[in-house]
Design a protein around this ligand. Structure first.
Ligand SMILES: C[S@@+](CC[C@H](N)C(=O)[O-])C[C@H]1O[C@@H](n2cnc3c(N)ncnc32)[C@H](O)[C@@H]1O
Length: 199
């Protein structure tokens, strides 16, 4: 689901990079060595800072960073100039990539934008494009956040699929149903975070 202009404006603020950088450095560091030199996909890349952080930490061969919104892809292309990072528009529920192509797939705050039941299609697609032994890193919020006081205040200001957004446990419980193995699971103040493996 496309963001409104306020949502897009929020993506231009520098704290996005600071927040995502903190997550990768603190929670994903155990996997830097394992995936070093791999080929990665980022879903819902926004302004491109996630791809920059992945590049710095995992020393990849290549990163493909996609977003549904051509506006955000243009912002990312203006922000990040790196021959190893390819930015392209694409819908996370219908990935155009080959089966078993990626060593790692990353999501920072993007899956809660996908209405139900299409978020399940997105997870199936991510499973498909990962290599066996590949890892999927998820850092996102769920409908529970928009049920808090702050979340209720924010609701009318932003566009999200509030009526069909997943609940946190529903999302996490769906991962083993696709045969993902959960390696890490953390509940942070607003976000949840999981690292899962395609066996
Ligand atoms: C909150 S932003 C997060 C951007 C970036 N990952 C970050 O952390 O700064 C969510 C992004 O997901 C994208 N998005 C929403 N639905 C999508 C879909 N079906 N496929 C790919 N990207 C999608 C939006 O266009 C937006 O750029």
């Amino acid at each position: 689901m496309l963001m409104n202009n306020l949502g897009r404006l929020g993506m231009l603020l520098p704290f996005r990079e600071w927040a995502n950088n903190g997550v990768v450095k603190k929670y994903y560091k155990d996997y830097f060595q394992r995936l070093n030199g791999g080929t990665f996909l980022e879903i819902g890349c926004g302004n491109g800072t996630g791809a920059k952080i992945i590049k710095k930490c995992f020393s990849p061969k290549k990163i493909v960073a996609t977003d549904l919104d051509p506006f955000m892809i243009n912002v990312a292309k203006r922000n990040v100039h790196d021959p190893l990072i390819i930015f392209e528009t694409g819908d996370a529920t219908k990935l155009k990539y080959q089966t078993g192509q990626f060593d790692g797939v990353f999501v920072f705050d993007a899956l809660h934008h996908i209405p139900g039941p299409q978020w399940q299609d997105c997870l199936k697609e991510i499973y498909r494009v990962l290599k066996p032994g590949g890892l999927f890193f998820i850092y996102d919020v769920s409908i529970e956040y928009f049920e808090t006081f702050i979340g209720r205040v924010l609701r009318p200001l932003y566009v999200h699929p509030y009526d069909s957004m997943y609940r946190r446990d529903e999302f996490i419980d769906f991962l083993p149903k696709l045969n993902f193995k959960i390696l890490k699971k953390e509940f942070l103040s607003r976000h949840f975070l999981t690292v899962v493996e395609k066996p």
